[in-house]
Design a protein around this ligand. Structure first.
Ligand SMILES: [Zn+2]
Length: 220
């Protein structure tokens, strides 16, 4: 039986400026923002949370992201994409049953970009973010790369807001909530599992990060 464990990954960094991260602060100062994503192994099928950048960002970021790649520059190797990192720890993509999308910005859709390699996965996202990502306001449109997630075959399972969240397997290991924040309807998550390589259980909880909108794990 597969242990319930959490693995954290980093899909390189995005080189940008502080003033594009926090409006008009630290003008002109560069910053490198790490791009995290997560895997929770589970006996009923692994849960992948986001997936970093699309693999094309390792070789042709301008071609895949367009002009936004000149302001927000992805720096990653081919090995830092989602699939190579899963395979490096012996995870068969066919054993991933759930892909959770915290939201659909370009640095979170790396798994969807290669969705055909996850033949048994469904995708959980908030309905509000799904609908917005398909028709974003003009000023945020560059942050959504439709080539990653607007295509046939993706098995969406869209979530409505609830008070007590959505328990992915009904066992409390991963529970999702819709909250406002970085996006109007970010899908936040909490995982109760064991960090990979550790011997004791720890719970994790969403932690405001950077713009106060992404989540990070305190367990690992
Ligand atoms: Zn975002």
């Amino acid at each position: 039986m597969t242990d319930v464990r959490m693995y954290m990954f980093q899909c390189g960094v995005i080189r940008q400026h502080w003033h594009d991260l926090m409006m008009n602060q630290r003008l002109g100062e560069p910053v490198e923002v790490p791009i995290p994503w997560y895997l929770v192994t589970h006996p009923r099928g692994h849960i992948l949370i986001d997936g970093g950048n699309a693999p094309e960002c390792a070789t042709d970021p301008r071609g895949h992201w367009g002009e936004v790649a000149e302001k927000f520059v992805p720096v990653m190797s081919a090995e830092q994409a989602c699939l190579p990192q899963l395979e490096a720890i012996g995870i068969d993509p066919a054993d991933v049953r759930v892909i959770v999308q915290s939201h659909l910005h370009l640095d979170h859709t790396g798994a969807l970009a290669v969705f055909d390699r996850f033949p048994n996965a469904r995708v959980l996202a908030t309905r509000a973010e799904f609908e917005y990502a398909h028709a974003p306001d003009w000023h945020v449109e560059p942050a959504y790369i439709s080539a990653d997630f607007v295509k046939p075959g993706i098995r969406w399972d869209l979530l409505e807001p609830t008070d007590d969240g959505y328990d992915v397997y009904g066992d409390g290991v991963v529970r999702l909530w819709q909250t406002p924040g970085h996006r109007r309807a970010t899908c936040r998550w909490r995982s109760r599992c064991r960090a990979a390589g550790r011997t004791r259980s720890r719970s994790t909880r969403p932690t405001p990060w950077s713009t106060g909108t992404r989540t990070a794990c305190r367990a690992c």
